[in-house]
Design a binder for this molecule. Sequence first.
Ligand code: PLP
Length: 410
Amino acid sequence: MALVNEQFLKLSESYLFSEIAKKVNTFKVIHPEAKVIRLGIGDVTRPLPSAAIQALHAAVDEMGTEETFRGYGPEQGYRFLADTIIKHDYEAHGISFDPDEIFISDGAKSDTGNIGDILSKDNRIAVTDPVYPVYVDTNVMGCRAGDLQEDGHWSNILYIPCNAENGFLPALPRTRPDVIYLCYPNNPTGTALNKHELKKWVDYALANEILILFDGAYEAYIREKDVPHSIYEIRGAKQVAIEFRSFSKTAGFTGLRCGYTVIPKELNAYRFCGEKVSLNHLWNRRQCTKFNGTAYIVQRAAEAIYTPEGKKQVKANIEYYMRNAALLLEGMKATGLQVFGGINAPYIWIKAPRGLSSWKFFERLLFERHIVGTPGVGFGPEGEGYLRLTAFGKYEDTLEAIERMKTWKI
Ligand code: PLP
């Protein structure tokens, strides 16, 4: 008799975005004439940069002739991309890496989700709350979360509240975790940590032998000078942190799929007996067993975004989204709502007025203004009473959303 992983049965059936889709579909049945503006799901709308498209075409042609055809590639990714990443994403910020410290993947969701494979189920996990749901759900699957409690918390996960009261700055926890996920710039709140704040976490991790899983999927949106682009800008971080990066939001690769994970060779975790083990070595072993590499043509497309042309095109797309973010930020503030984020990230985090719940606020925005957001509570208990809007929509739609908000009496 085959037994299932019972942990999966603890997870809620309905994924946040399918619940939203259901509600939007119901609304559309009742109001088929309404023009709904979708600022909910965090997917990009701009097409791929033409540098990436050209590189894809060229790589596809290479696959069509015997001399240049490529079969299985290295599980860790091609050297040409690792070298390019190191040069542009790290050496440009004064950080050096060897190519075998970079693992190219099909995106940050897979890697942030799969990293638990190399970590003991006895680790005490901490997350900021609200949080990108993948971190929590994959720890449920990996037997580290305990049980879901009535208040929406998992019994074995340590939640670090990030809300308007503490300025969205996570406080160092009183109980020491073994592993902490940090995502900055943050999804869902759109807020960022400056160097001083991030250094607090690196120092805390160094002093307490904690592993930081640092998700930098929105690094390309950083505008302010004192916000670090990589956790490795902080001294000592190579000893305590894994960094996840993605081409999805940087260069519109949500459908193409490419990202990478940095695991410094000096980063260790421990065996039960206290012996140190290299996480770079374990992740390499894991990838070689379970992953057969990212498509060659996709890696060539990723490489192309670092060319001068590619960089220009990426910058233009990011500016397009950040113009939306600025519009949303100012437009929502003008309606009298309390609004956060949107400066170093493509997300706007809105406090629901007069104590409305996240879902109630979502429904009123949908039914009264035909705008779709994402209820904050879907990202964790501390997200209750908030709603997320994304800047990934079309400029014209964002503009119209703001126009609709101007006359809204909520
Ligand atoms: N990490 C965060 C914080 C995200 O918000 C997302 C996507 O929304 C991802 C990772 C997933 O990135 P990818 O498309 O590379 O899997």
